[in-house]
Write a protein that binds this ligand. Structure first.
Ligand code: ADP
Length: 453
């Protein structure tokens, strides 16, 4: 996945999270406001019901008959029944801490309008309910909660409850109201606290979401990189294999063709030469195919490792003997340096044989007449350390880090597949072995690896 598209996805994720956070915050604010408003209305309704029940009776309607005009306010205030009802309302208002007014309402039959009768606000005797604070008639006759409504002095919440006569007749309505500002000043603290909690929650979830998206994208990016690497490797591998196969195949093809065309015109010695060159070519092919097969089995972890105890010095002597003949033909001495007594190693004998075989054939390959190859075995820090040292051509410092790569051939290399050390590395990795190379160009090379005991 490209870096730019990853960046884009992360930006979109951030925008989406910010939008969700904004939506949730606004939504939560209005939902909470509605809930608190409902609760407050219910409270006002309960208060209205309780006070209306307390002041029920004939007297309320009787008062309007007795003092039918606003001009009679001074007289009304001296009336004991008025005072009784007024005090009941006043006390209820004080006790319930309703911050706005409480008043009773009746329909003035003369004007056919709703008017205030007794009010906790002074001087409202028979004042007309009009304008914005006026509710639909049905509310004044049945009662109920009144959601947000606009009065002269701003927004209000309220509730109405009927005031009944002894005979169960509605003689007026008791209205309790609260200004929206005073409601908000009480509710705001709670709403904002809840809002902060919601916001923190949304932000935490947002951060977690962002981090997981980032993580997924990072993993995808890594996978894409690995895929590309694998693809490059596959291409490189194919190019290497086809190159290494083509050269010996072309030789074999050429010699067989010549043998067929020239048939009888070739003398015995030349035919012999051609045939042995063809054989060398097929040997090369066989080695390459065998090593490729072996390496692919090791790399795909198909090789099962059979750990068994054995004496490494015995194996080392065996291999040294096998190589002695080709060594002496080349004028290269092979010797083993090992103490008589050594603990048994625990390893796969066949695979370690392969390691030593590859290291020794390399050592011989890069030695010339008069050089020496030494296989050393010794116990170091609870392990057996095996070294193959030669006094041959040595390796350039720039080649050393790549020696164990597949198909890697050093700059002054002899013919070979470039797979021998890759096979060695894979076998040693299977054995959890520590291995290293030390080499000085022109002086010689030492490969060392350890085995468990
Ligand atoms: P190859 O089949 O080419 O020998 P290897 O994987 O065995 O492949 O070795 C990789 C390269 O390491 C060789 O091409 C050579 O350059 C270098 N090399 C390995 N062993 C020695 C050695 N003992 N002395 C010098 N060079 C060596």
């Amino acid at each position: 996945m490209k870096k730019k598209s990853t960046k884009n996805i992360l930006t979109y994720t951030m925008i989406a999270i910010a939008l969700i956070a904004t939506y949730v915050t606004i939504n939560s604010y209005y939902t909470q406001l509605a809930i608190y408003q409902e609760k407050e209305l219910f409270k006002l309704d309960c208060i209205a019901n309780a006070v209306a029940y307390k002041i029920s009776g004939e007297e309320h309607s009787g008062l309007v008959d007795k003092y039918p005009s606003q001009a009679l306010l001074d007289q009304v205030k001296k009336d004991s029944i008025f005072m009784k009802i007024y005090q009941q309302m006043f006390m209820a208002k004080e006790m319930t801490k309703v911050p706005s007014s409480m008043f009773t309402v009746v329909k003035d039959s003369a004007s056919n309008k709703f008017v205030k009768v007794i009010s906790t606000n002074d001087n409202e005797w028979l004042s007309e309910l009009s304008g914005k604070s006026r509710q639909p008639d049905s509310v004044y006759t049945k009662g109920g909660m009144i959601g947000l409504y606009e009065a002269e002095d701003g927004l209000h919440l309220g509730a109405l409850s009927p005031v009944m006569s002894g005979e169960g007749e509605v003689v007026g309505m008791l209205q309790v109201e609260e200004s929206f500002d005073s409601f908000m000043s009480k509710a705001q603290g709670q709403i904002y606290t809840n809002l902060m909690i919601t916001l923190v929650f949304v932000i935490v979830i947002g951060i977690l979401m962002f981090l997981s998206v980032k993580n997924i994208l990072k993993r995808q990016e890594k996978l894409a990189e690995e895929k590309l690497e694998l693809e490059n490797f596959r291409r490189e591998l194919l190019a290497n294999i086809s190159h290494d196969l083509r050269t010996p195949l072309a030789g074999i093809h050429g010699y067989i063709e010549t043998l067929l065309i020239k048939k009888d015109s070739l003398d015995e010695a030349t035919r012999e030469k051609y045939l042995s060159t063809t054989l060398q070519g097929t040997d090369k092919l066989k080695t390459l195919v065998d090593e490729l097969f072996e390496l692919s089995k090791l790399e795909s972890k198909e090789t099962t490792i059979h750990i068994e105890p054995f004496y490494i010095q015995d194996l080392v002597h065996d291999i040294a003997n096998q190589f002695k003949l080709s060594g002496s033909e080349k004028g290269v001495g092979i010797c083993v340096e090992s103490p008589e007594q050594l603990p048994l190693v625990k390893a796969d004998l066949a695979l370690i044989d392969r390691v030593l075989h590859n290291l020794l054939s390399n050592a011989l390959k890069y030695c010339s007449k008069g050089d020496k190859v030494t296989i050393g075995v010794r116990e170091v820090a609870g392990k057996i350390q095996i070294s193959v040292t030669d006094t041959g051509s040595g390796i350039a410092a720039e080649d050393i880090p790549h020696l164990f790569d597949r198909f890697y051939k050093g700059r002054s290399s002899q013919p070979g597949t470039g797979l021998g050390l890759a096979i060695v590395k894979n076998i040693l990795v299977l054995h959890d072995s520590q291995y290293q190379v030390q080499s000085v160009l022109g002086e010689g090379t030492q490969f060392t690896f350890s085995l468990n005991i």
